[in-house]
Design a protein around this ligand. Structure first.
Ligand code: NOJ
Length: 737
C-alpha cells in the first residue's frame, strides 16, 4: 500500500476500529468457538473486546493462523489483517541454546545466523513479530530471566542485540520478504535489575548506571532497526515504565528516535492499578496511552476505556491516531495488505522447520556456548575406549530447551545418551539416572518449589548408579536445575543444584574420583561444591534441540568447547551482584598482598567470583604476544590499532575468544577496572598462530561524564587483550582530545 492509501485507510476508520488496532489478545480468543477462561476471564475480558483486536499472540502454525486470519479479515469492517506475534526467543522448533548461552558463545555472527533461521521457521508457520531480543543487562543470577539475557557486558549485549535484530529482520530490514520476522526489543527499561533478584520487583537505577550499562544494548537494537519495543512491567525509580512519559515518550521516542510500535508487557496496563499508579482501568488506559504505549497486551484497559476517554475529551484522539498509524505502518512494511499470510504455508513450514541446516547450526552452537570451567589433568576429552558411566537425571532428559521454547516438540530433542550413541562413542558407555531432576516437589503454577524428601525407589536408584560408577573408568554426571526453575517467575534464593542431586554427586565421587560434571541450568549457579567433587565441569546451560549431540561432541573431543562466561559465576549467592565491570575503589584489595584491614573486601569470602567474565577453557592452549599499539597517542576523532599474535601451543584444534578490555585511568566519574570493548574468535589448529587486530576509536572511549554527557575525556587509557577479564596483557596510550 502506498503511504497515501494507508493514510486514507486510517482516516476512514471508526474510533472503535482504531482502538481495536491497539488491543492484543491471545490467538485462541479469535478461533471459532472460543471461550474466554483463566486470568483473562477473571480480569473481565469478553469476546466482544477481542472482535476488533489488531493483533494476537502466543499461537503458531500456518494452517491454524491462516484460518484465524481469513475469519477475522472477513468480518473486519476494513478487512485489515491481524498481526501474529509470539515469543520466539531462541528458535522456533529448532531450539538453539538459551540466550545466556548464546551470549557465552561470544560470537554474534553465528548468533545472527541462528536468528535468521529462527525467523525462517517462525514466519513459515505464520508468525509476523517475535517478542525478542531481550536486551536487559543482568547482574543477579537469582533472577530467573537471566536465561533470556546475554549477560553483564553492555558491549557484548549490544553486539548480540544487533545480531538478533538483523538476523530476524535482515540486513536491509525489508520485512515484506518471506522468512523475515519483525523484532521487538524488550524490556524498556531496567527489568534486568529487579531489587534482590525477585521477579517483577521494582528497579532503582541511577542515571549513570542506566546510561552506561542498561541502555547501550537497547540503543543498539533501535539502531539496528527493531520494529517494536516493549516497555517493561516494573517500575523504574518509582514510576511504572508502562505509565512513564519520561521513559517511553521522552527517552525512547524523542531522545533515541524510535519510530516503531510500542507494545505493553502482558497485562501491564491493567497492573498499573495493582501498582497503585492508577485508580482504575480507565486511569490506567489514560496513563499508558499518554506515556506512549501503542498496544495493550492482554488487559481490558484499552478495549474498554479508550473510546470513552476520547469521546469525553480526556484523551486526545491524536494520540490514538498516532499509535494506530504506527501499527498500520508495521502491517504495511510486512506486506500484509498484499499477503496477509506473509508467505506462510504448510509446504514452506515442512521445508523449513527443523531442516538439517538448522539442526546443524543448533548443534554447533551447543559446543560454541558450552563453557569448560574446570579440566584437571585434562580428563576431557574422554576416550571412547575407556568405560564411562553416564549418570544423572539429564542423561535421558528431553527437557533441555528451557521455559521459553513454547513451540518445540519434546521428541525432537536429542538426549545426551542419544548424542553419545549416535556419535559412535557408546561402545563402552553405560547409562543410568540415579535420581530425578527434582524429587517430591510441589508445583506452583508455572514454577516449582522444592520440598525436601525422598522418592520411594531412591535407595535402589542410587545403588545402581554407584555400581555403574564403580565399574567404570570415569563418570559423566549430567545434573542441573529443572527447566521450571529458571525463566519468567522463577527467581531462586538458593542458586545451587537441587540437594538430592548433590547428594548423588558426593556419593559417586566417593567411589570414583574421575568425575566430569555436565551442568544444565538457566543461570550461573553456585558451583563451588560441584567443582570440588569433579575433575572437570562443563556448563551447558539449556542447550536446546541438539543439546545431547553437541555435548557429546565436546565430551569426546570432536569439538573443543567454545563458551566464555558472559555472566559471572558467583563464589556464593552472598556475593551477588558480582561482575567484571565494577568500579575502582579508593581502597582496593590486593589478594596477592599481605593481610590488609581497611580495604574493600569481605572477611569471609573472596571478592572475585568463582568463574569470572570471559573465562572458559578449551582443548587448545593459547599463548599471547604482548599488545602492540599502532600509536601511543590518539587525537579527537582519531583511532589506533591494538594487536596481538595468538598461538595455539596445545595439541588440539580450538576456538579462542580473544578479548579486548579498556580501562580509563583517570576520569571525571569513577571507571570500571575492566570493560569489554571487543572480541575476535579465532579457530586455530595445533601450532597455528594468527593476529587479532582491534580498532580503538574515540567512540569506544566515551563515558557518561560528570556533566551527564557522553564524552571521551583526555588522559591515559590502558588496553588489555587476553583470554578473560583478568588478563594483565596491557599497553597504555594517551588520548589527547
Ligand atoms: C511476559 C514477558 O515479560 C514478555 O517478555 C513476553 O514477551 C510476554 N509475557 C508475552 O509472552
Amino acid at each position: 500500500m502506498t503511504e497515501q492509501e494507508l493514510k486514507k485507510l486510517l482516516r476512514s476508520m471508526s474510533l472503535e476500529e482504531k482502538v481495536g488496532q491497539m488491543v492484543q489478545v491471545t490467538g485462541g480468543f479469535l478461533e471459532e468457538g472460543a471461550v474466554i477462561t483463566g486470568p483473562a476471564a477473571d480480569a473481565g475480558l469478553e469476546l466482544s473486546d477481542c472482535r476488533l483486536a489488531g493483533s494476537i499472540l502466543g499461537i503458531a502454525g500456518a494452517e491454524r493462523l491462516r484460518k484465524i486470519q481469513e475469519r477475522y479479515m472477513e468480518q473486519h469492517p476494513h478487512h485489515i489483517p491481524l498481526l501474529m506475534m509470539a515469543d520466539v526467543i531462541h528458535g522456533y522448533q529448532t531450539v538453539f541454546p538459551i540466550p545466556l548461552a548464546l551470549g557465552a558463545s561470544f560470537h554474534p555472527e553465528l548468533v545472527k545466523k541462528a536468528m535468521e533461521m529462527a525467523a525462517g521457521e517462525a514466519s513459515s508457520a505464520g508468525l509476523h513479530v517475535t517478542f525478542s531480543p531481550m536486551t536487559d543487562l543482568v547482574r543477579d543470577p537469582r533472577w530467573g530471566r537471566v536465561l533470556e539475557s546475554f549477560g553483564e557486558s553492555p558491549w557484548l549485549d549490544a553486539r548480540m542485540a544487533e545480531a538478533y535484530v538483523r538476523g530476524y529482520q535482515g540486513d536491509d530490514g525489508d520485512l515484506s520478504r518471506p522468512g523475515r520476522l519483525a523484532a521487538c526489543d524488550k524490556h524498556f527499561v531496567g527489568y534486568g535489575a529487579p531489587v534482590a533478584g525477585r521477579e517483577y520487583n521494582h528497579a532503582e537505577l541511577s542515571e549513570h548506571t542506566l546510561r552506561e550499562f542498561h541502555l547501550p544494548a537497547k540503543i543498539a537494537a533501535i539502531r539496528a532497526g527493531t520494529a517494536c519495543v516493549m516497555p517493561a512491567f516494573q517500575s523504574l525509580n518509582g514510576v511504572p515504565c508502562t505509565a512513564s512519559q519520561k521513559i517511553v515518550r521522552e527517552l525512547l521516542r524523542k531522545e533515541l528516535g524510535f519510530e516503531g510500535v510500542t507494545i505493553s508487557d502482558w497485562s501491564a496496563v491493567g497492573e498499573l492499578v495493582a501498582q497503585g499508579a492508577a485508580e482504575d482501568t480507565r486511569e490506567a488506559a489514560k496513563l499508558a496511552i499518554e506515556a506512549g504505549v501503542d498496544i495493550d497486551m492482554m488487559s481490558v484497559c484499552y478495549a474498554r476505556e479508550l473510546k470513552g476517554l476520547v469521546e469525553s475529551g480526556e484523551v486526545e484522539e491524536r494520540l490514538v491516531d498516532e499509535a494506530v498509524w504506527r501499527i498500520l505502518t508495521l502491517k504495511n512494511k510486512l506486506g500484509l495488505f498484499e499477503d496477509p499470510f506473509h508467505g506462510a504455508g504448510p509446504e514452506q513450514e515442512k521445508r523449513t522447520v527443523l531442516c538439517e541446516k538448522h539442526r546443524d547450526l543448533a548443534r554447533a552452537l551447543v559446543a560454541e556456548s558450552a563453557i569448560l570451567l574446570k579440566n584437571e589433568n585434562e580428563i576431557l576429552p574422554l576416550s571412547p575406549e575407556k568405560k564411562t558411566a553416564f549418570i544423572g537425571p539429564y542423561v535421558d532428559s528431553t527437557d533441555t530447551c528451557g521455559s521459553w521454547a513454547i513451540f518445540q516438540n519434546r521428541e525432537d530433542t536429542v538426549t545426551l545418551r542419544r548424542g553419545v550413541m549416535e556419535g559412535g562413542w557408546g561402545a563402552h558407555a553405560s547409562f543410568c539416572h540415579g535420581c530425578d531432576v527434582l524429587e517430591n516437589t510441589r508445583v506452583l503454577g508455572f514454577g516449582v518449589e522444592e520440598v525436601f524428601g525422598e522418592s520411594e525407589d531412591r535407595e535402589e536408584r542410587i545403588r545402581e548408579a554407584l555400581q555403574a560408577a564403580k565399574e567404570a573408568d570415569g563418570v559423566v554426571m549430567a545434573l542441573g536445575e529443572h527447566t521450571l526453575q529458571s525463566g519468567e517467575a522463577a527467581s531462586r534464593g538458593d542458586i545451587t543444584i537441587p540437594h538430592h542431586q548433590m547428594e548423588l554427586l558426593r556419593q559417586v565421587a566417593a567411589v570414583n574420583p574421575n568425575v566430569v560434571t555436565v551442568v544444565y541450568s538457566g543461570r550461573p549457579l553456585d558451583l563451588r561444591e560441584v567443582s570440588a567433587c569433579s575433575k572437570a565441569v562443563l556448563a551447558v546451560f539449556l542447550p536446546g534441540t541438539m543439546g545431547g549431540a553437541g555435548i557429546a561432541d565436546v565430551l569426546f573431543g570432536k569439538t573443543s568447547p567454545g563458551g566464555r562466561v558472559s555472566m559471572s559465576f558467583p563464589w556464593s549467592a552472598a556475593q551477588i551482584p558480582v561482575y567484571h565491570n565494577d568500579y575502582s575503589t579508593g581502597r582496593p584489595y590486593d589478594p596477592a598482598g599481605a593481610e590488609q584491614k581497611f580495604v574493600s573486601r569481605y572477611l569471609d569470602m573472596p571478592n572475585e567470583p568463582l568463574y569470572p567474565f570471559g573465562y572458559g577453557l578449551t582443548y587448545g592452549r593459547f599463548q599471547y604476544s604482548p599488545v602492540r599499539l599502532s600509536a601511543d597517542r590518539m587525537k579527537a576523532g582519531g583511532s589506533l590499532k591494538a594487536a596481538v599474535t595468538v598461538k595455539n601451543v596445545g595439541s588440539a584444534a580450538a576456538k579462542e575468544a580473544v578479548q579486548l578490555y579498556l580501562y580509563d585511568e583517570k576520569a571525571t566519574t569513577v571507571r570500571p577496572r575492566r570493560e569489554l570493548k571487543g572480541v575476535k574468535c579465532l579457530y586455530l589448529q595445533p601450532g597455528e598462530e594468527a593476529e587479532a587486530v582491534f580498532e580503538i576509536t574515540e567512540e569506544l572511549l566515551k563515558i557518561w561524564d560528570r556533566n551527564m554527557e557522553f564524552l571521551a575525556e583526555p588522559g591515559k587509557f590502558m588496553i588489555f587483550i587476553g583470554g578473560d577479564s583478568r588478563t594483565d596483557n596491557g599497553a597504555e596510550f594517551l588520548y589527547e582530545g
